[in-house]
Design a protein. Structure first.
Length: 117
């Protein structure tokens, strides 16, 4: 399984970005996909996850501002990020899991999100 992430960039506080993560390879058994982020000096943390059945999970810090969705036909998961804050600045990674933990063995390359205040 290969994951290709895109969509990061520089945005002002209050702005929006949409991240995309497209999966390829042997993906038929992938169930859950998630977005993680890692800020300098901090541990990687789960931001949002979604299962093949559509169940979602969000970190408290992004609830009401971020929305995760998936397009099964395109094998792509999106993270719509609105009302961005400076503390959202991090490298964002997508992850693919065969179970429902949102922490599987497959990682995409990171995409940098920088929010200026």
């Amino acid at each position: 399984v290969q994951l290709q992430a895109s969509g990061g960039g520089l945005v002002r506080a209050g702005g929006s970005l949409r991240l995309s993560c497209t999966a390829s390879g042997t993906i038929f058994s992938i169930n859950a996909m998630g977005w993680y982020r890692q800020a300098p000096g901090k541990q990687r943390e789960l931001v949002a996850g979604i299962t093949s059945g559509g169940s979602t999970n969000y970190a408290d810090s992004v609830k009401g501002r971020f929305t995760i969705s998936r397009d099964a036909d395109k094998n792509t998961v999106y993270l719509q990020m609105d009302s961005l804050k400076s503390e959202d600045t991090a490298v964002y990674y997508c992850n693919a899991d065969y179970g429902s933990s949102y922490l599987g063995p497959h990682w995409g390359q990171g995409t940098q999100v920088t929010v200026s205040s």
